[in-house]
Design a binder for this molecule. Structure first.
Ligand code: SAH
Length: 241
């Protein structure tokens, strides 16, 4: 069944007006019509069935009917990723959603790509990935912030899995094993890597846990997938029971 992420409140009888893109997708791509149903979620109220009740020109109104899945929270895992090439960043956002990132923060570093990532395009990718992957929420994509600012304001309770390609960090699973779960972030640098000053500033953070992702240098998108998977396997919802 088709799933769409909406912003409105979800409760029986509520009427939801789909966006123009969603209306096109429901009516033209999926060829649904009045009377057909879709699954709706908004990140707050769980997943509900919605029945198409009106299909005005280029529009689509659904009436919320029944709760199919109560809202649940995934792991409190953030991805902090440096601005890389546009296509790589779009891949990273999509994979981070599939791998359960609760929030995605874009960061500007010395070697970051200047062709700025369009945050609204990345948010649309995040919503589509959440629909496809069966999540009950779509992570926020936070507009680019400077790395040193992020570090200065770092919340002490959130551990930071610092993916450090410098080569002297312990293997990720070893560094993570035995640590408490809870609030974590994964930090991935740009194609040009972190500068020495940036590496020192990150390692100076008490919350930082430097990790190696192996003896090979991974592209940022590969590193993001690898790091998120390792974290989920060690401390998250891929953890062996
Ligand atoms: N240009 C750099 C590599 C940057 S790779 C160089 O050649 O050294 C982009 C990011 O992916 C890195 O900043 C790091 O966060 C992560 N990464 C890639 N390979 C890694 C590895 N083997 N261990 C830890 N992090 C890695």
């Amino acid at each position: 069944v088709v799933r769409i992420w909406v912003t409105g409140d979800l409760e029986a009888g509520e009427r939801i007006t789909a966006s123009a893109e969603q209306a096109h997708y429901l009516l033209n791509v999926m060829r649904l019509s009045v009377g057909d149903e879709a699954l709706l979620f908004n990140g707050r109220d769980g997943e509900w069935t919605g029945r198409i009740v009106e299909a005005p020109k280029r529009g689509c109104v659904l009436e919320v009917e029944a709760l199919t899945r109560p809202q649940t929270k995934g792991p409190d895992l953030e991805l902090v990723v440096a601005l890389v090439k546009r296509t790589a960043l779009e891949t990273i956002v999509e994979k981070a959603v599939e791998l359960g990132a609760a929030r995605i923060r874009l960061v500007v570093t010395e070697h970051a790509n200047r062709d700025h990532a369009r945050a609204d395009r990345l948010r649309a990718i995040a919503a589509e990935a959440a629909e496809q992957t069966g999540r009950l929420d779509a992570p926020a994509v936070v507009a680019p912030e400077p790395l040193l600012g992020i570090l200065a304001d770092w919340p002490p309770h959130r551990a930071l899995m610092f993916c450090d390609e410098a080569g002297d960090a312990p293997p990720a699973l070893q560094a993570l094993s035995g640590r408490p779960g809870g609030a974590w972030a994964v930090l991935i640098g740009p194609e040009g890597g972190f500068s020495a000053a940036e590496r020192a500033a990150i390692r100076a953070l008490p919350a930082a846990v430097p990790v190696s992702l192996g003896p090979r240098i991974l592209r940022a998108d590969t590193a993001a997938v690898c790091a998120l998977t390792l974290w989920q396997a060690a401390l998250g919802d891929l953890k062996a029971s």
